[in-house]
Design a protein around this ligand. Structure first.
Ligand code: TXA
Ligand code: MG
Length: 341
């Protein structure tokens, strides 16, 4: 199929394609999503085919307004409405008990569903115009880094989807925070744009799922099925170097050889003249600016797939604030191959 490239002025076309059961790349504030009508079983099944996504990995439903929550979820706790008041529209997905009108193919048979009201105004307009909840995973081929521009999404999905709406580069750059509200205390399943510290200001207690910070053991199942997979992975193996930025930069400078890729904070780019000369250094942003790092992390990982690098070294921020999400994506890309310095 030919993938239509749509501008911000053509969202009615995008909405019509969604209504008719097609696949549309949609911009969100986190990453681009691969959207389909979440009530259309066939359209949702097509998402799995286009991405090569394992069938046991559920999708989240995107809605234009918190008022839609009750249409697809039941037994909604007050905390859900409180979180919606504080963080929606925005990068937070809540896992709640689902109603029977949510197709099994969306939830991979689970009796819960992830719900999100995106912070990207254009995205909410598309969903509102379509008039249906939009099921959307990140718009990458399964296993690859998530796309944060329309161009990145087209690298993976050109010819596999009916259209893509270019809403510019994503402002957050990592996927939404996922909080499971079906257990007590609520559990953080994936760190993202809404930080753990922010959640703890609203909820008395938040548990952090083990899959956020370590590799799952054989047979161990994370509560968010997607967290089990090796993810965000460029083709070359990644080693994460964690610790004080000055020391981690020095460690990488000691160990990286010509032909290796380096992901580092901007202050340290000058330590890698040889790799920089080959175009193999990706600056993440300044060491103190974790928001900037979040915006660049996937771009950096994805960029190396166009090069001949055979190994990648990455500096990693501490886990405060959105650093938890940046570190999680880097650690997963590295298959939790982490050196602490
Ligand atoms: O920011 C985002 O959330 C992006 C944009 C497009 O909205 N979407 C996204 O979707 O990251 P995806 O499919 O790439 O990641 C969704 C994650 C997966 O790890 C999946 O296993 C988990 O959410 N998930 C979905 N439904 C769930 C449920 N009912 N219970 C637990 N985990 C769930
Ligand atoms: Mg994804």
């Amino acid at each position: 199929m030919e993938t239509k490239y749509l501008t911000q002025n053509e969202i009615e076309t995008a909405a019509a394609i969604l209504r008719e059961g097609g696949l549309v790349g949609i911009p969100t504030e986190t990453v681009y999503g691969l959207g389909a009508n979440g009530l259309d079983t066939k359209a949702v099944a097509d998402i799995f085919t286009a991405k090569g996504r394992p069938q046991d990995n559920p999708l989240i439903l995107h809605i234009p307004d918190a008022d839609w929550l009750g249409r697809y979820c039941r037994d909604i706790p007050d905390t859900a409405y409180e979180l919606a008041r504080c963080f929606w529209p925005g990068p937070l997905t809540m896992v709640l008990p689902r109603r029977d009108n949510v197709p099994d193919v969306v939830t991979a048979g689970l009796d819960t569903v992830g719900m999100r009201c995106p912070g990207h105004a254009l995205c909410r307009e598309i969903i509102a115009l379509a008039g249906v909840p939009v099921a959307a995973p990140s718009g990458n081929t399964s296993g690859r880094p998530s796309p944060t521009t329309a161009q990145h999404m087209l690298e993976d999905m050109d010819g596999r989807i009916h259209a893509i709406v270019d809403g510019g580069p994503c402002g957050v750059g990592v996927e939404s925070t996922i909080i499971d509200l079906t257990c007590t205390p609520p559990r953080l399943l994936r760190p993202g744009g809404v930080t753990l510290e922010q959640l703890r200001q609203v909820l008395d207690e938040v548990e952090v799922d083990a899959a956020v910070t370590r590799q799952m053991k054989a047979g161990e199942k994370p509560k968010a099925p997607g967290m089990a997979y090796r993810h965000y992975a460029p083709k070359a193996p990644v080693t994460v170097v964690a610790g004080d930025p000055y020391r981690s930069a020095a460690y990488i400078a000691d160990h990286a050889v010509a032909g290796d890729g380096v992901i580092c904070f901007d202050e340290y780019i000058s330590l890698f003249p040889e790799q920089a000369g080959q175009g193999y250094v990706a600056g993440l942003g300044r060491a103190v600016d974790k928001e900037e790092q979040a915006r660049h992390i996937f771009d950096a990982l994805r960029g190396f797939d166009h090069t001949a690098v055979t190994a990648i070294w990455a500096q990693c921020p501490d886990t405060g604030g959105i650093g938890l999400a940046v570190a999680n994506r880097l650690n997963k890309a590295a298959g939790f191959h982490i050196v602490e310095v």
